[in-house]
Design a protein around this ligand. Sequence first.
Ligand SMILES: NC(=O)c1ccc[n+]([C@@H]2O[C@H](COP(=O)([O-])OP(=O)(O)OC[C@H]3O[C@@H](n4cnc5c(N)ncnc54)[C@H](OP(=O)(O)O)[C@@H]3O)[C@@H](O)[C@H]2O)c1
Length: 321
Amino acid sequence: MKAVFYRRYGDASVLEYGDLPVPKMALDGVLLDVKAASVNPIDWKAREGYLDPFADTVFPIVPGADVSGVVREIGIGVTEFAVGDEVVGCVREDYLSRGAFAEVMPAPVRALALKPQNLGWAEAAAMPLAALTSYQALVRVLDVRRGETVLVHGAAGGVGSVAVQLAVHLGARVIGTASDRNHAFLRELGAEPVNYAAGLADSVRALAPAGVDVLLDAVGKRIQRTVLPLLAPHGRFASVVDPKARELGGAYVFTRPDTGDLPVVAALAGKGVFRVPVGAVYPLPDAAQAHLLSQGGHARGKVVVAVDVAACAEERPYDER
Ligand SMILES: NC(=O)c1ccc[n+]([C@@H]2O[C@H](COP(=O)([O-])OP(=O)(O)OC[C@H]3O[C@@H](n4cnc5c(N)ncnc54)[C@H](OP(=O)(O)O)[C@@H]3O)[C@@H](O)[C@H]2O)c1
């Protein structure tokens, strides 16, 4: 099968496009014909060796956890899915080896949900981690309630763009931080945009003089100085980037793909509660460019890798509209 993989840690130049054997399938797992994968910052952090203390590796490593595809084979113990099912997955195994940047990917059933029919393959692949993270942070940890004011820091990225829409759905008023070029984008999602550069505090205070009720940090740079002072007394906050949020009285959310939340967020996407903005799509052989765009830190929405290019051809990325 065709795949993108790396044989050692390093920058994006270690990514190779070539042939690998079709991976084996567990007795209680499935094999997927991959349609699309999406990039999350953890993918290039793993490629650079950041996860080495936490995960054994079997090189060559195929990157990518977020996937959309069709079930090609099922293990003897699988009752939840059938061959031909269209699925999405957030596939995080205990070791690094077999990812979504490949024509075929193995997956445990706990990591999968049926693909919402209203999502194209690229958008479906963009959904899992961004939606799980937003949902677990805003609903399970922060318990956002109707009428509250929520500040989403890093609102134009994969996590932030879904978080804005989920918070609006929960009945909150949402303020989102982004550079000026993304302000129209944030308004489309339902947020009041503010620039995170000079004047951030004044801009937020002009919109929420008493402070914001809830802060979701998806940026993580010096939040003590930047966004934390904008929280109202007794406000609640969580970071998905900085574990030190705990020491500061907030929560650090490390997304759990194995909690049964994927079918829940897939159902919300299926009802149109949120869309997953796809900022850019690259064909599989150009996956290194997808990593580079994500790593640059200013991708809008999600960066997708089309494994089945024809299947994703109908979907126009936001940046090409
Ligand atoms: N804990 C977990 O389980 C978990 C799960 C998912 C993600 N994460 C982490 O959460 C972070 C965000 O993930 P993501 O997928 O949303 O990343 P992403 O899509 O790559 O984020 C890119 C966005 O960040 C914005 N941005 C860059 N610098 C900013 C700043 N100083 N203030 C506000 N916005 C800024 C950019 O907007 P502009 O172009 O307008 O600057 C861009 O739209 C990453 O560090 C990721 O590793 C953690």
